[in-house]
Design a protein around this ligand. Structure first.
Ligand code: PLP
Length: 399
């Protein structure tokens, strides 16, 4: 009750004003902003058949809480099985199903971070992770990325600084396969170096595999989770990028002691058993392999079309490394061009791209010289048109 004696009920417009809105689909003609799968390639028919089969064959278990297992055991075993060669003893006890990897990151933060604990992310990094860790009370620090991902030197520097200031760093968060936003595929040597540092400083590694599987230029190196034999690494996986974001299904994989702590902090009555059973039907069928090879060839062609147009229409203004997978081009703007001004100029031309500033902690000197461009959702022709307009936006701010 407030002092005036009435309950405080803010109206919905007040609440809306309080919300910070994360990356969303844009209303502009060309959306190169939202990092989601191609909307025309979502496997709706195959999933529809899978859902029908599940509901017909096992309505009871698929439509009731799963707080015993925290994940359909067959799906968890299917996930764990892929790691059997490199992680001794792995089985479904190592896996918990979550409602997307965003939920997984929150589950990790709720289980491991107390107020003031440190967590190190890349500069740049995925804003959703920064938001989640901060919301759970952690202090977030950034280690620089180069063309191979977070650098060992920068990581050690941040760890030392935290030690000097009596800040207990609990974890390093990274996206080794096709980082969001930098698209970097971390090479083996860097993976080893980061794991060694994590071990030396006794910090947990949170490996976000959101884009794992979206391999557009050959097979990636082993995950950090595999390289560490499953020790000291929590792997966070998702079906959002290879199947559909709307399933809201992902998983956390870690040694059973960690998994127990993660489950202990689950206050949500577990994730959807119906969705997990349908996913299991789909991923264990031949349809999944053909879905994967179809979407990968679409993304490969789009990546190439976007690269070609970027060179053709924007080559004087930007440079970039060819993405080996994932959904993004991460552009470095030449000659002091400001990311925020190109983002607002492109908006006038009907093109949505995201400014680098959203991917850094505050005040990073690099942040206004980077732009992220998504190639996964538009056709090759639309990408060419959109990037031509982006080129015109650059020309217009450079006049
Ligand atoms: C690196 C990274 N992690 C996690 C997520 C969250 O994905 P989801 O919650 O749909 O699994 C995203 C989404 O864009 C992402 O880019």
């Amino acid at each position: 009750m407030s002092e005036s004696g009435r309950d405080f009920h803010p109206d919905s417009s007040e609440i809306f004003g309080l919300l910070k809105r994360p990356t969303a689909l844009s209303d502009l003609k060309y959306d190169l902003n939202a990092g989601v799968p191609d909307p025309n390639s979502l496997p709706s028919e195959a999933l529809g058949r899978a859902f029908t089969r599940i509901l017909e064959s096992n309505p009871e278990e698929s439509l009731t809480y799963d707080t015993i297992h925290f994940g359909f055991p067959a799906l968890k075993a299917f996930i764990a099985h892929k790691y059997a060669d490199s992680v001794a003893g792995i089985n479904d006890d190592w896996v918990t199903m979550v409602s997307g990897s965003a939920h997984g990151l929150d589950n990790i933060a709720s289980a491991f971070f107390d107020k003031g604990d440190g967590v190190i992310v890349g500069a740049p990094s995925y804003p959703g992770a920064i938001r989640t860790f901060t919301a759970r009370g952690a202090s977030v620090f950034a280690a620089r990325q180069d063309a191979s991902g977070i650098t060992g030197d920068s990581l050690k520097l941040v760890l030392e600084k935290c030690q000097d200031e009596n800040i207990r760093v609990k974890a390093i968060y990274l996206i080794p396969n096709y980082d969001n936003p930098s698209s970097v595929l971390m090479p083996v040597e860097r993976r080893k170096e980061i794991l060694q540092i994590a071990q030396d400083y006794k910090v947990l590694v949170i490996e976000d595999g959101a884009y794992a599987g979206v391999d557009l230029s050959g097979a990636p190196p082993d995950s950090l989770f595999e390289m560490a034999g499953g020790e000291g690494v929590i792997y966070c996986g998702t079906f959002s990028k290879t199947i559909a974001t709307g399933l809201r299904s992902g998983y956390l994989m870690a040694s059973p002691d960690i998994t127990r702590s993660l489950r202990f902090m689950r206050l949500d009555n577990a994730s959807s058993p119906l969705v997990q059973r349908a996913i299991y039907e789909f991923v264990s069928s031949d349809e999944y392999e053909s879905h994967l090879s179809k979407i990968l060839s679409i993304y490969r062609a789009r990546r190439d079309a976007a690269s070609e147009s970027l060179i053709k229409y924007c080559g004087r203004f930007v440079e970039f490394d060819e993405p080996k997978g994932g959904f993004f081009h991460w552009l470095r703007l030449r000659d002091g061009i400001s990311a925020s001004s190109i983002v607002s100029k492109a908006r006038e031309f009907g093109v949505a791209v995201s400014a680098g500033s959203g991917y850094y902690l505050e005040d990073d000197p690099e942040s206004d010289s980077r732009v992220r461009l998504v190639f996964s959702t538009l056709s090759e022709d639309d990408l060419a048109d959109a990037i031509e307009l982006l080129g015109k936006s650059f020309e217009s701010i450079r006049k």
